[in-house]
Write a protein that binds this ligand. Sequence first.
Ligand SMILES: [Zn+2]
Length: 141
Amino acid sequence: MPEKKEIPIGTGLFVWPSDEARLIATRCKSCGDTFFPKTFMCRNPERKEKAIEEVTLSRKGKLLSYTILHFPPPPPFIVSGAYEPRAVAEVEMPEGLRLIAPMTQFDFKDIKIGMTMEIVLDSLYRDKEGNEIIGWKFRPL
Ligand SMILES: [Zn+2]
């Protein structure tokens, strides 16, 4: 039986392999706006200077909003066994952008707007070969 692997959900989205979740973004050298996923130039329409540099984002942000999914997501996400409700968080990052990702390691009753969330790398689902597809999630601190 072939060995099961951990495979990132995309290339260039986060530092891989790594035990620490470091999302890869771009920052404009002129206005400082930060974009995730990476872009090829600044998207600020008021600026002429478009040169960007690659940066990694902070690992912590503030919970702005969340929703609870009572139904399974569509493929390719494979849910084995009974579906348990899960939460998706919108988090404001210190770099001034907002990220949306699933929440992990939390209790529904403990979720509070404004709480500090940390980015972690975790399995999103298993593919048909049984490999773990790795992405980022938010964990309350
Ligand atoms: Zn700019």
